[in-house]
Write a protein that binds this ligand. Structure first.
Ligand SMILES: *[C@@H]1O[C@H](CO)[C@@H](O)[C@H](O)[C@H]1NC(C)=O
Ligand SMILES: *[C@@H]1O[C@H](CO)[C@@H](O)[C@H](O)[C@H]1NC(C)=O
Ligand SMILES: *[C@@H]1O[C@H](CO)[C@@H](O)[C@H](O)[C@H]1NC(C)=O
Length: 356
């Protein structure tokens, strides 16, 4: 007996598959349906966000989220700016072939949604600010995180990369931002090597990394760390993050505690590193002992090369060159903050209080 209607899938399904599918009794057919549905579910669950393959955008523009002005800068810059971006983040994105648009803090979701419809990815930089301040880095980051998920869910590839504090923010947002922040106290102000996890080569971040980059990262202390908080494996487990996120490497803090050094979302193009790839070529405060060897520069550069390449898969653009020009970071002049003792050589400052 055949349970197939006449002509079902005649032109699309090969005859042998069609026989397997159709020529059998009800129980077996039901079993086959279960197998098919399970296979389709697994394919869906395992596959990254589906994108149009034809998008290769050779003019990517990346948004960098600004951050509350620090107390230190307030003493040095009495203009009372509300936020800043360390120029090293801008330079590292530019060195990999993209331009930068600064993203302001303290705006409503519509501002982030509109800007993100015109740019190709967002970088959450590191720094030092609390996540509990209203209208700050964390609130803006939360808008961006949710909008980015929505864009990807709707088939519009939209990468996000978090560095140091920005990486911690990504994980805290993934945990559901509550009273308790899902991170631990630790202490790491040294250059570290990466201890890659067993299947790191299957990750999006390292799949195509050149062998020499992986060799340097795993055998030389070339990643610059400057953090008092860590994400531990236990943080990932406590909030069930391991289903969605893949840990790809660890480093050890100054007490020998192994912390997550790099991570990525399994479906969304969301990436995080606890260390600072941008400092190696672009920050020079001598007391910090950042690594500056050729190997260190080459290995660290890989991270923005990777991220910018991800952003080339986004087809968003500003509707006109003049609107693009109005948003680019070139509308601002970086200050030589290193001269005043800051650990940043140069910073961009935004929006003196009272001007918005
Ligand atoms: C900045 O803020 C301080 C303290 O609130 C104030 O004394 C100072 O006048 C402000 N500077 C400017 C340029 O507005
Ligand atoms: C934010 O957290 C810090 C550190 O725990 C604390 O000192 C500060 O008072 C908190 N601020 C607010 C607005 O809750
Ligand atoms: C590297 O990480 C693995 C777990 O991924 C761990 O078993 C191993 O002890 C670590 N090695 C070092 C040198 O820290």
């Amino acid at each position: 007996m055949s349970s197939c209607p006449r002509g079902l899938g005649k032109d699309v399904v090969p005859p042998s598959f069609r026989r397997w599918l159709c020529d059998t009794d009800f129980i077996i057919l039901a079993l086959k349906a279960v197998i098919l549905v399970t296979a389709l579910y697994l394919m869906y669950a395992e596959s990254a966000v589906v994108v149009r393959d034809d998008v290769i955008n050779h003019r990517p523009i990346i948004g960098i989220l600004s951050q509350e002005q620090s107390k230190y800068f307030h003493t040095k810059y009495p203009e009372n700016y509300t936020s800043y971006i360390a120029a090293s983040y801008v330079k590292s994105v530019e060195a990999s072939g993209a331009r930068v648009v600064p993203i302001m803090i303290g705006r409503d979701r519509d501002y982030y949604r509109e800007l993100m419809s015109k740019i190709n990815g967002v970088l959450f930089p590191g720094g030092a600010t609390y996540f509990n301040q209203s209208d700050g880095f964390a609130d803006a980051g939360e808008h961006i995180y949710h909008i980015a998920m929505g864009l990807n869910d709707a088939g519009s590839y939209f990468p996000v990369f978090g560095t140091c504090l920005g990486f911690e923010l990504l994980i805290i947002l993934a945990s559901g931002r509550g009273k308790v922040e899902n991170r631990e106290k630790c202490y790491s102000f040294k250059n570290c090597r990466l201890n890659f996890t067993k299947d790191f080569r299957r990750s999006k971040m390292y799949r195509d990394a050149p062998e020499y980059v992986v060799d340097i990262l795993s055998s030389d202390d070339v990643t610059a760390n400057a953090h008092q908080f860590c994400i531990l494996d236990s943080n990932m487990e406590k909030y069930n993050l391991k289903n969605d996120w893949l840990i790809t490497s660890h480093s050890k803090d100054e007490d020998g505690l192994a912390f997550v050094a790099s991570v990525e979302h399994k479906r969304y193009p969301f990436y995080g590193v606890q260390f600072h790839p941008e400092k190696v070529a672009f920050e020079w405060k001598a007391s910090k002992h950042y690594p500056h060897s050729l190997k260190a520069v080459q290995a660290n550069r890989y991270f923005m090369d990777f991220f910018v390449e991800e952003c080339r898969r986004s087809g968003h653009r500003f509707p006109s060159h003049s609107e693009e020009n109005r948003h680019l970071i070139y509308n601002y002049k970086p200050e030589f903050t290193g001269l005043l003792g800051s650990s940043y050589e140069q910073c961009y400052f935004f929006e003196p209080r009272g001007t918005v």
